[in-house]
Design a protein around this ligand. Sequence first.
Ligand code: SF4
Length: 612
Amino acid sequence: MSLNRQNEKERIRAVIANTQPSSAHLLHILFALQQHFLHIPREAVVEVARHLDLPIAQVQSVVEFYSFFHQTPRGRYDILFSTCTSCGYLAGGGNLLEMLRQRLGVVADETRGDGLVSISETSCIGMCDHGAALLLNARPIVRVDMAKIELIATLIDAETPLEDWPADWFNVDDNIRSKGMLLNNEFSNGNALRAALTRGAEGTLSEITDSTLRGRGGAGFCTGKKWQLCREAAGAARYVVCNADEGEPGTFKDRVLLHSHTDTIFEGMTLCGFVIGAEKGFVYLRGEYRYLLPHLQDVLKRRRNRNLLGDGILGHAGFNFDIEIIVGAGAYICGEESALIESMEGKRGIPRVRPPFPVTHGYLGQPTVVNNVETLFAAAHIALRGSTWFKAAGTEESAGSKIISVSGDCAKPGIYEYPFGVSLRQILEDCGTSNVQAVQISGPAGTLISSAEFNRTLAFEGLASGGSLMVYGQERDILAIINNYAHFFAHESCGFCTPCRVGTTLIKKSMDKIFNGHGTRYDVDEIKRVAAVARQSSHCGLGKTIANPVLDGLQRFPQVFEQRLLHRDFAPHFDLDAALEQARQMSHRDDAAAHLGNLSPSPAGGTKEVSS
Ligand code: SF4
């Protein structure tokens, strides 16, 4: 073995030695290696597999699955530019990204020759209330504009350490614009747990069930029922998992809760542990929010010191519970609860076949409650104030309040809390909008709403939302937004099942064709056919919703499609005449006879005759 290889192997072993030796920490081990080597060398995959006693193929497949891991070196300044509809398209992020690439001489997805810098695109990083945004070495930089792009390039070229960059660039504000029953109420640490101890586990479960609290991640399953099923399931151990992997474009409410209501969330997890009989909880934190990790660790430490975590919580013998944080590595699908559990176990985030559900067969095959951040936040308040207090707000089928992330074309983007039943019109008024063309509820997998429907209300029985509301002004090109979503789904499909893997690519290609003025009615029908197959036969929820933006667009904004369609039966994806351009140049011919007789699309969306 050469000296260099021996040296690399020793460095790999030194990095691994500083991490915890369990497959549950595989993502953390790989992240540490990525930080050290700016990629994950093949030798490291072998060493990690040996260290954890895992098949090499499993470690390799994990490296390949997560978009924050790389097999070739990234730059010492590694930039991921958000292409989310809100902080990308609506905030002009696309132009800024190109500016930065040109200014630094970086080709997309390639590391500059001197190894200094790399720039790639990434899906929503949860900074939609801060204008254009990017991650630099896993730290968010927000409110990016042309002036900042120039400064960023200058600082990188000068190889300025990040500690010497303007500190305020990294400041992420909460932007809480409107507080309701949860955000307004003071929360004294430990009081929800004291109330739970007074009621007992069964009494607390009854209180949560009576409150009719439903999961805030989007699916709306009854929280009390979920806790009960887990409590009653047979198992050697039980687990509580806080799903902090909010990846739906336009959603950032959990970021704010994790930052400013951390204790309440941890208390919600602890009382869930008390009810179901779990001694261990996990926060699965999305990789994009890694910058929150030191803060979360500090709060956990403080709670342990105050006997709010650990053994004999609040002096109650047998009440043992602690929390660990697992950080993801850039995979939207890990927001799906069974994919999240797979990821926690050190595997690719592929959704499991369900049933069985995680409440009976979850983490390590044991009964597991997976709750959204906001659900646990609400549960802690309910334990403290009671179900009657909670049910006093909201509607019959949707008790309590919903915290919404508002972004896009509005004067006051940020966090808004409303009782369920609030109208879209009210929200749009509060966040400072005028002349709104449409809003997108619950991200691309949700619903596109036109101005004719702004009286609709937010509720599980009305417009259900995981927490994202994006506003589109009149000047926005709805087709560009729909096309952006088609690209998003194609990028985020985990690739496990054919209808979704192939379907997302077909829809993306058809939408590109339509958006660029080459599409026909045939392409629209093709999207509908693909959507029907994907909805019927995809393995998980993502595949069932891949065409939602297109179908909503066709229903509510048919004119934006009509304006771009070629009015004939069919046009090929492939432009044969354009492909012959190189041959024409080589033969120095560009006369009419050197072109194919064809109808070529005009940019205006009509057709023009090309003579032959
Ligand atoms: Fe993966 Fe899509 Fe299949 Fe879900 S539907 S398992 S995201 S390929």
